[in-house]
Design a protein around this ligand. Structure first.
Ligand code: FDA
Length: 589
């Protein structure tokens, strides 16, 4: 028969989803094997925008340091622009990714991390390296074929593409991180919620030093539209995306709507189009071309038995709002502690159902937002006249933008409104940070505490809260010895539960110590306030904690609030009973 090996877990796919899952599991000491069809990590830069939410996950295991080192920061993300060409006239610009002067403070308040621009080509190898240095093995050139599962384990059939030799891996769990064409999702017949796709887009990777053109127009995304010119059907308009400042760029070409792209253009034709989009005589070279599809698909459930899917396998959407790899990393972070706790007998297997319950609604919402983000751009195209069929009609519109006439004023207003609406894409702090998990691993049923403040626009704004199911708010705290501020984000996570309390909450310390021993689960307790473990010099914790000083906020290993209670209402036994009840429920024990 075919050779068979055994391990804890198998991950199919070493993209952002699979590789980050391996890292988070490795941090818990879980061993496993990753298989990937390819010979190496991503060969084309795809996702770039790395959000604070994803960065916080990496920070939990110290990977934020290398991510920050590899990322380009600051000014390069300052704007998104709309222009006739890179060298030519600018129609409009909007601040992006936390750089809007009126919104910068919100970003700083929401997280100790900053959004960065980090291409997948640079992030993935670091994830794979961390995972393989910490207990995972990776098998490149290895194709996943099929699986069988029973009550005890899952058998994964793969083939080594180098030798052609098939073999099987027996594990406790299998993770399908096999991307948008997931064979695992297809084989297990996960129901998919599908909306019609938005067509194809063509990524043309280009070497061209455009420093002189962006020096005064900083930004990583530049929409180029030339309504007054004829254009080939494969290059109706383009997003020019920074890859390496400022000498490598992705020219994302959108074909004319409805075109079938039957005749694939040559490299020379692409180059010609790229040069028109650059708009001056800067030397340029086409490095490679990839076609991808704009999807609007989400799986209705993410797991079946011992198989859990994550990343593009279960949510497929375009890059607007930069939610792709960020959501993959957060799927993995949600799943890792649950799997590790079950394997290590710290949690009951029912906790694994909460992965799909918590992450599927997130996937659904980001698929919709990314596609709404794309649809929002249509208002800009209309305002600029780019959607009209002839050069003549389009030129009239372009001239109208300058006209001292009611039509001119209306058109300028239309453009302004359409550009402003894209704040939902370029400053979507809410969609990035406002997740609200609902499952048995969140105890909100005895919630008698105050309501959250009304959020006027949940895509744009993040309102920190300790409501169970929300991410624990980031608050800078002081230490007794002057040694720099510490964030609640760093006190929480790191493989264990964290309980935040304050003056009068001593009962929680002994309760947590007892329960930690009894349940074999790490629980750290920090008292925050005057003369406590940490002090709250800005009173920010006092404002956001949502409970009385002696109350407590219990935070899961993934830094989401599991439970909170208003105040100490009895003796040590009471504290132990109420905390124990919450913990056992959260852990399905
Ligand atoms: P991902 O697709 O990255 O990884 C899946 C892995 O599984 C691959 O390494 C593959 O080899 C492996 N695999 C698949 N089937 C297998 C099998 N049977 N056996 C073994 N291995 C198997 N996003 C964005 O934000 N901005 C952008 O510009 C782009 N552009 C873009 C271009 C192209 C060409 C693609 C394909 C994708 C994008 N994306 C993007 C999307 C972004 O790249 C995406 O959200 C993440 O890569 C998804 O990460 P995953 O790990 O889920 O899948």
């Amino acid at each position: 028969g075919t050779p068979k090996v055994q391990t804890d877990v198998v991950i199919v796919g070493a993209g952002p989803a699979g590789a980050s899952l391996a890292c988070f599991l490795a941090a818990y000491g879980i061993k496993g094997i990753i298989v990937d069809l390819n010979s190496t990590s991503a060969d084309t830069p795809r996702a770039h925008i790395t959000s604070m939410a994803a960065m916080e996950c990496l920070r939990d295991i110290g990977l934020d340091v290398i991510a920050n080192k590899l990322a380009t920061k600051g000014d390069c993300m300052l704007h998104t622009r709309w222009a006739h060409s890179m060298a030519g006239r600018e129609y409009a610009r909007i601040y992006s990714w936390g750089n809007d002067p009126k919104r910068k403070g919100e970003y700083e308040k929401a997280s100790p991390c900053s959004p960065v621009d980090l291409p997948q080509t640079l992030l993935e190898p670091e994830l794979v390296r961390y995972a393989t240095l910490n207990g995972f093995q990776i098998r490149w050139n290895t194709e996943y074929l099929s699986l069988e599962q029973n009550d005890n384990n899952v058998t994964v059939h793969v083939v080594d593409k180098v030798t052609g030799i098939p073999y099987s891996i027996e594990a406790r769990y299998l993770f399908g991180a096999d991307g948008a064409r997931s064979r695992i999702v297809t084989q297990l017949e996960f129901p998919l919620e599908k909306h019609p796709g938005g067509g194809a887009a063509i990524n043309v990777l280009v070497k061209a030093d455009l420093s002189h053109l962006v020096k005064h127009r900083m930004g990583n995304l530049h929409w180029i539209m030339q309504p007054d010119k004829e254009h080939p059907e494969y290059g109706w308009m383009s997003i020019v995306r920074m890859v390496k400042p400022w000498h490598e760029w992705m020219f994302i070409l959108f074909p004319t709507p409805g075109s079938k792209l039957e005749n694939r253009p040559t490299k020379e034709q692409y180059l010609e189009r790229v040069r028109e989009l650059i708009g001056d005589d800067t030397p340029a070279e086409v490095l490679r071309v990839n076609v991808w599809n704009i999807n609007e698909i989400v799986a209705e459930t993410y797991s079946k038995g011992r198989v859990f899917c994550l990343g593009d396998a279960v949510h497929r959407h375009p890059p607007f709002n930069g939610l792709g790899s960020n959501t993959c990393i957060q799927d993995a972070f949600n799943l890792a502690w649950k799997i590790a706790f079950v394997i290590q007998n710290k949690a009951g297997t029912e906790i694994l159902n909460t992965y799909s319950e918590e992450r599927q609604p997130v996937g659904k919402s980001i698929v919709q937002r990314a596609n709404d983000g794309f649809r929002d751009h249509a208002h800009i195209w209309n305002a600029l006249g780019i959607t009209l069929p002839t050069v003549q009609e389009r030129t009239v519109v372009l001239q109208e933008l300058e006209a001292n006439s009611p039509a001119g004023r209306e058109r300028r207003k239309k453009l302004e409104t359409a550009i402003s609406q894209t704040e939902h894409e370029f400053h979507g702090l809410g969609i990035e940070m406002n997740q609200l998990y609902k499952s048995s691993a969140i105890r909100a049923d005895d919630e008698t505490l105050g309501q959250e403040a009304n959020n006027p626009d949940p895509i744009l704004y993040h309102i920190p809260s300790t409501k169970p199911g929300r991410r624990v708010p980031h608050v800078w705290l002081n230490t007794a010895v002057p040694s720099g501020l510490v964030t609640t984000i760093d006190l929480a996570g790191k493989g264990g539960f964290t309980l935040f309390t304050g003056i009068g909450g001593e009962a929680w310390k002994s309760a947590a110590a007892k329960l930690s021993e009894e349940l074999s689960v790490p629980i750290r307790v920090y008292s925050i306030g005057f003369g406590q473990d940490y002090e709250d010099p800005y009173f920010d914790w006092a404002r956001v904690r949502g409970v009385e000083e002696s109350g407590c906020v219990l935070v899961r290993p993934d830094r989401f609030v599991a439970w909170r209670t208003k105040q100490v209402e009895g003796d040590a036994t009471w504290a132990e009973e109420s905390l124990g009840k919450a913990l056992r429920a959260v852990l399905s024990r």
